[in-house]
Design a protein around this ligand. Sequence first.
Ligand SMILES: [Fe+2]
Length: 242
Amino acid sequence: MLVVSGDMTEDGAEPSYRILHDILAPLDIPTLFAVGNHDRRAALRTVFPDVPFNDGFAQYAVELPDRRVIVLDTLEEGQDGGAFCARRAEWLRTTLEAREDADTLIVLHHPPSCTGIDWMDIHPEDGWTERLARVIRDHRQVVALIAGHVHRPVAMAWQGRILTITTSTAPQVALDLRPIDPAHPDGRALIVDEPPGLALHRWTATGIATHFDVVDKPDTIVRFDHRHRAMIEELTRTRPSD
Ligand SMILES: [Fe+2]
């Protein structure tokens, strides 16, 4: 599946979604959309009428034979920070209760925890992350959450689950963990020209392995040729089971 985890456009305007539509058109794989702070639900719906909505929010579950993906809507139109109101929380609780036996991956745009990049971080006092946490804590089948918004690859633990933030397909946010004082512009880098990236989540019976990659073709340093046969044989030999 392709998971587009929000901020699909800069301005949330219909023509922008049409550009995205044309870019994605050649791809023949299921695509899931989660809305971010730069998105607008009405324009998204107009251009992508197949995106499911529940109770007015772009929240939905994708049912697979032994697992599920649940997409959440953390958009509050007009503000950059995330949101997760009581109506959305109730929908999530009901949806999770319907299939407690299925390992579940949650997709949402705003990560519900702090990364240390001060100016991009959530404000825990807003309360929405605690509202989400209360639902997640009651449901052990949620194995991981994947988010966007921060424009950096980050892996975290949250409520005992894996939380990964995926690199942006746009420029990245500078890695700078110093506290920031909004009243004193200090010349620090905010946005940097690192290459666009993506995450590949390999979800198997043994768990989720997340690979962060950049959209760039690297030079090859070592190739698998006859000189490396012994090394590869050693690395891939059958290991005794535990
Ligand atoms: Fe965002």
